[in-house]
Design a protein around this ligand. Structure first.
Ligand SMILES: NC(=O)c1ccc[n+]([C@@H]2O[C@H](COP(=O)([O-])OP(=O)(O)OC[C@H]3O[C@@H](n4cnc5c(N)ncnc54)[C@H](OP(=O)(O)O)[C@@H]3O)[C@@H](O)[C@H]2O)c1
Length: 170
């Protein structure tokens, strides 16, 4: 099933369709994202910034909202939010992207606390990986090969013990 996370009504309709077709659904991975270069040194059309916020930040917030009642009622439910290393060390050429990923990191910390005992909440913060998130990125030697990233991420998901607390929590 295809869904568009930029469109609030499409998200609501998608959530209803997917739950009706797959009532046992107990995992949500917020992976969809876009990354655009931006020049902050002069006045510009802010469309790229706005679309980045809608897709990368409102997308997960809206999709979680549409599915939370269903997920909270399931056994062993999990929400995975994909942030980025750039949430912590920004790349200056992609300021709004970095900011959305920092926001997703923060949102995930709160979500984990609120859903404690109901839904497990995991943050996946990938390094630079060879995909076409930005043009040409899939051929850069210094980026992590996609298969190696998938193997490592899946191995981490398979661990029975994951860090549950943020470093500043008591
Ligand atoms: N690759 C990296 O170096 C890296 C590093 C850190 C974090 N990440 C994060 O990892 C996630 C996946 O990125 P990727 O590297 O795999 O890039 P990608 O190959 O460009 O994949 C992005 C995915 O998001 C989907 N998407 C974009 N806009 C959407 C929308 N409005 N509605 C629904 N789906 C939409 C795309 O679907 P379509 O193909 O249909 O457009 C595509 O499947 C992103 O959140 C990204 O920020 C990637």
């Amino acid at each position: 099933m295809v869904g568009d996370v930029e469109d609030p009504e499409a998200i609501t309709a998608f959530a209803k369709r997917v739950v009706a077709a797959h009532p046992a659904l107990n995992v949500l991975i917020n992976n969809a994202g876009i990354m655009r270069r931006e020049d902050q040194t002069r006045t510009r059309d802010l469309r790229d910034a706005e679309e980045t916020i809608v897709t990368n930040l409102f997308g997960p917030i809206r999709l979680i909202n549409a599915l939370i009642d269903h997920l909270a009622a399931r056994q062993n439910a999990v929400i995975v939010n994909v942030s980025s290393g750039l949430a912590f060390v920004p790349l200056s050429g992609t300021p709004t992207y970095n900011a959305t990923k920092a926001a997703i990191h923060s949102y995930t910390v709160s979500l984990r606390e609120q859903l404690k005992g109901k839904v497990e909440v995991i943050e996946l913060a990938p390094p630079a990986v060879r995909t076409e998130l930005t043009p040409g990125q899939s051929t850069r030697d210094e980026y992590m090969p996609l298969n190696a990233f998938i193997d490592e991420a899946m191995a981490l998901f398979g661990r029975s013990r994951r860090p549950r607390r943020s470093w500043w929590s008591a």
